[in-house]
Design a protein around this ligand. Structure first.
Ligand code: SF4
Ligand code: SF4
Length: 292
């Protein structure tokens, strides 16, 4: 079967332990206001136009009516775009990017195997991420199974906002879950992500009960979830299989992606101070939880 992906990142060092290759799958049930992969939210292919890279050469105008030139300046009308990718091929300035492609696990495996020596040397491996990769559980299970057959460590980076059956589908082939926790209070979670966290907390407990290793990932976003850290620490301290917590400092490097995709920019203005991050980590450590 084929799966829908939007990126593959090699030599990733923030998606689990060691050196890893991360595959990003399309589609997500959450809309986190700080999302740094907005191109992963929609389950459809999308063309992004990065204005700052455009040199107004007009090559794209020759292949598609969605592009036009006015007074020597390129304009793009996304309303007629069917994301076929033809214009991407002619844009030598790389101002156009198509996010979304269908691939099979067999087509992916040579890329994932290329860096096996680096995985082995660094205790790394392959991570599936997104978007929410577990919206495509059969595809994930196929990749993870092939990785395990080839002796590769596997991680699944998930929001947990999926049916339990989707998680069960990949359980056997997943060495560790990288589990995002944004808030414990439901109203805060809804404000931050647009959805309830009930199923997320339930699934986390079930994964823990199943004896699977879990790394908890907590984005720290001032003004949104900074009042949730103690509650998250309390919740995690009741679990048995959490290997560590990573507090992830919010940054807005992805802001230009929103404009390129003609999406509303929801990214918060304030980034955390070093002292705030250090204080958050201390809260976890005080509960006896390893925290980075
Ligand atoms: S992706 Fe296809 S439809 Fe969309 S602008 Fe480019 S050529 Fe036109
Ligand atoms: S081909 Fe690329 S650089 Fe040239 S006008 Fe189109 S978007 Fe701009």
């Amino acid at each position: 079967m084929k799966g829908h992906i939007f990126d593959i990142k090699k030599f990733a060092i923030h998606d689990g332990d060691g050196i890893r290759t991360t595959v990003f799958l399309k589609g997500c049930p959450l809309k986190c206001v700080w999302c740094h992969n907005p191109e992963g939210i929609s389950g459809k292919d999308q063309l992004a136009f990065y204005k700052h890279k455009c040199v107004n050469c007009g090559a794209c105008v020759q292949v598609c009516k969605c592009h036009s030139m006015k007074d020597g300046v390129h304009t793009f009308d996304s309303s007629c775009c069917i994301a076929c990718g033809k214009c991407v091929d002619v844009c030598l300035a790389e101002a156009l990017t198509l996010y979304g492609k269908m691939v099979s696990a067999d087509e992916l495996m040579p890329t994932l195997l290329e860096d096996k020596a680096f995985y082995d040397h660094s205790n790394g491996g392959v991570t599936l991420s997104g978007g929410e990769c577990l919206l495509q559980p059969e595809f994930c299970a196929e990749i993870l199974k092939k990785c395990k057959e080839n002796g590769i460590h596997t991680a699944v980076d998930t929001s947990g906002c999926v049916q339990w059956e989707n998680i069960e589908h990949v359980m056997e082939y997943t060495d560790i879950f990288l589990y995002d926790m944004k808030a414990i209070d439901e109203d805060v979670h809804i404000r931050c992500t647009g959805v309830t966290n009930k199923i997320i907390l339930e699934n986390l407990k079930k994964i823990d009960d199943a004896g699977k290793k879990i790394e908890i990932r907590v984005p720290y976003v001032p003004g949104f979830n900074d009042n949730q850290i103690s509650k998250i620490a309390d919740f995690i301290s009741e679990l048995k299989n959490v290997t560590k917590v990573r507090v992830l400092a919010y940054h807005d490097f992805a802001r230009s992606k929103y404009d390129s995709l003609q999406m509303k920019d929801t990214m918060p203005p304030d980034k955390p101070e070093e002292e705030q991050l250090a204080a958050a980590k201390e809260i976890f450590k005080a509960k006896g939880i390893l925290c980075e």
